[in-house]
Write a protein that binds this ligand. Structure first.
Ligand SMILES: [Zn+2]
Length: 229
């Protein structure tokens, strides 16, 4: 977390547990520095991870004052769990930068390591399904990837993935043949975002996550289509 994210997190936990409020400026600055140090390797948000939510759950369930370790420990557990689920379905053909004649394998190892690091840091969803390469499911995957548009070589796309998290998430969902909320229009009456467009909040600003009813609708349609196939 950046110092700004840590400061926002502290403001949030103080709101939830007013015992954590500090009157003394110096003590508050010292706490901020300590939390920044202890949470520097913990992301504010990642796939399946939200530091603020972890803090909220801790405060809801514990009578004790929250410590940075009450956030960093669950993060490391989450990371270990994600890594244990990540099967290396690494596709060398998705990495044109790797020279197949390079017998040292260095580039391959570097790319594999980069992928594992991205999963560990939560920038990339773990690959828990074997790549789908044949049958009607593969045709569906190809159709969805084509609908998302293909105009960048995969290596460039991967480098840009964490700058374009929404597109990256959609591509990962399509590649793994998982439901993608943006495939359907949002049914939530105050949003009604058309298919392909992100959900918007009450101020019409883009939401980083779809409305839950949209995810449910997409999931229902996705599995209805799968069982019909
Ligand atoms: Zn919506």
């Amino acid at each position: 977390m950046t110092p700004r994210e840590v400061a926002a997190l502290i403001a949030y936990v103080v709101k939830l547990d007013p015992r954590l409020a500090l009157d003394d400026q110096a003590a508050a600055a010292e706490r901020l520095a300590q939390w920044c140090d202890l949470l520097s390797d913990v992301p504010a948000q990642a796939h399946g991870w939200d530091a603020a939510r972890t803090a909220r759950d801790y405060i809801a369930r514990n009578p004790y004052r929250i410590q940075p370790s009450d956030i960093s420990r669950p993060w490391h557990t989450h990371k270990a769990d994600v890594m244990s689920r990540h099967v290396g379905t690494f596709e060398p053909t998705a990495h044109p930068e790797i020279n197949p004649d390079d017998e040292t394998g260095n580039a391959y190892v570097a790319a594999l390591r980069a992928e594992r690091q991205a999963v560990a840091a939560g920038r990339l969803a773990p690959v828990t399904h074997r790549a789908i390469t044949a049958g009607p499911a593969a045709a569906e995957v190809a159709r969805r990837l084509a609908a998302l548009g293909e105009y960048m070589p995969p290596s460039v796309k991967q480098a840009l993935a964490h700058h374009r998290p929404r597109r990256a998430q959609r591509e990962q969902a399509a590649a793994a043949n998982l439901p993608d909320a943006l495939d359907v229009a949002c049914p939530y009456e105050h949003c009604l975002a058309p298919a392909g467009d992100p959900c918007r909040n009450a101020r019409r600003a883009q939401r980083s996550t779809p409305h839950p009813s949209r995810t449910e609708l997409a999931t229902a349609r996705h599995y209805a289509k799968e069982s019909a196939a």
